[in-house]
Design a protein around this ligand. Structure first.
Ligand code: COS
Length: 388
């Protein structure tokens, strides 16, 4: 067993940390207040190769594998959940669907510009009636000669209004459902019949955009069926497995940042004549947090290793997302408590982190869905099939 990071991975961590300190940290509050995607910073991240970290170099990526991508996600999570969300939706699920399910030709045509950061990706699954129950989507794709005609409305799509390429899940045979009746498509933003609807006004991650995408007789060439016809549900679930792991890594970063801030504050803030770090009530909060963060770190990087060594990881990815989002929320809440009224003030970053963290328990599959995925895998090992 070797728990050390390679020299290349350590260099990658230093590089992304410097980039985030320089380009993202100073604008984190502004992104939140102005409710704007920081396109300039996204462009600079692309120039450093940060929009294609896990993908092979032959498709324009950095070739740093899943361990490399989790390192980047962790650093992103320390500095800005909004920025982590933009990059996570682009790499972790949007472009990832093409990497996992796409043909060689599709990877060359679409994954390469995405990995180079010349184009931005979004992942369109959610609809008004299909959130946790992903197979309940209603968006239809009907064949018309060399095209499929898409009709339907996708909701809560991260990067929805800034994406150039959208991976979309649609019903091609309602009778078959998740097993053969759903197909994934690669849709270019400028195909006719696409309209951006409502932009969500959110509690947190306000520096990322969340949009409604409306398909009205949108014509998609038949070559843009992502992978195999009828296998869209599987491709999307596999992409979500990957996304849940990197989201867990981003949560690890957020939790670690909160712990670091709480430690510094506890060492500095004096009450009753001593720094509050001397109080056992504070020490125990910090000790519990550090323990949970350490467990999360092991889970995240071991799961990334499972991916890089091509072993099954779906159950562990769900655990990363579940534990990660809960540890991050707890860590930020504890940090806020230790900061007291200062933590509640907009003068300090903790209130922003607090608002940003909540979504991680909801998006990319609610934590209830993660528990379902874990339970299904547990019983599957006993040969028992349980229904979600
Ligand atoms: N990898 C590969 N195959 C998978 C898979 C995965 N991660 N998850 C499911 N499948 C396969 C199943 O094996 C099954 O095929 P078989 O019958 O041949 O074995 C098929 O897909 C249908 O699976 P299942 O019956 O489990 O589908 P359900 O409709 O019951 O849904 C959950 C299962 C709840 C896990 C799924 O709908 C889900 O993940 N929902 C959350 C969606 C989500 O994350 N939404 C957030 C918005 S997108 S950012």
């Amino acid at each position: 067993m070797d728990f050390s990071f390679s020299k290349e991975h350590q260099m990658l961590r230093r590089m992304v940390r410097e980039f985030l300190e320089r380009e993202v940290k100073p604008i984190a509050r502004k992104m939140d207040e102005e409710h704007q995607v920081p396109m300039e910073a996204v462009k600079k991240a692309a120039e450093l190769g940060l929009l294609g970290v896990p993908f092979p170099q032959e498709y324009g990526g950095m070739g740093a594998g899943e361990v490399g991508y989790c390192i980047v996600a962790e650093e992103l999570g320390k500095v800005s959940s909004s920025f982590a969300t933009i990059i996570g939706a682009h790499i972790g699920i949007g472009a990832m669907a093409i990497y996992l399910g796409g043909t060689e030709e599709q990877k060359k045509k679409y994954l390469t510009p995405l990995a180079r950061g010349e184009k931005i990706a979004a992942f369109a699954l959610t609809e008004a009636g299909a959130g946790s129950d992903a197979a309940a989507i209603k968006t239809r794709a009907i064949r018309d000669g060399d095209y499929y005609i898409l009709n339907g409305t996708k909701q809560f799509i991260t990067n929805g209004d800034i994406a150039d390429i959208i991976t979309v899940m649609a019903v091609t045979d309602p009778a078959l459902g998740a097993r053969g009746g759903i197909t994934a498509f690669i849709v270019e933003r400028d195909y006719p019949g696409i309209r951006i609807g409502k932009l969500e006004d959110k509690m947190g991650i306000r520096g990322s955009s969340t949009a409604e995408i409306i398909f009205e007789d949108c014509r998609v060439p038949k070559e843009n069926v992502l992978g195999q016809f009828g296998a869209g549900f599987i491709v999307f679930m596999q992409s979500l497995d990957m996304g849940r792991l990197s989201l867990g890594a981003a949560c690890l970063g957020g939790a670690q940042a909160a712990l670091n801030m709480a430690l510094e504050w506890a060492a500095m803030r004096e009450q009753f004549g001593v720094p509050i770090a001397h109080k056992q009530s504070i020490q125990w909060m910090l000790a519990d947090l550090a323990t949970q963060i350490e467990a999360l770190r092991s889970l995240v990087y071991r799961t990334a290793w499972l991916v890089d060594t091509k072993q099954p990881f779906s159950q562990q990815a769900a655990m990363c997302k579940l534990l990660g989002s809960e540890v991050a929320s707890r860590a930020i809440n504890v940090a806020l408590q230790i900061y007291g009224a200062m933590g509640y003030s907009r003068d300090f970053p903790i209130e922003l982190m607090f608002r940003d963290a909540r979504i991680a328990e909801i998006y990319e599959g609610t934590n209830e869905v993660q528990r379902i995925v874990i339970a299904v895998n547990l019983f599957r090992k006993l040969g028992i099939r349980i229904r979600p």
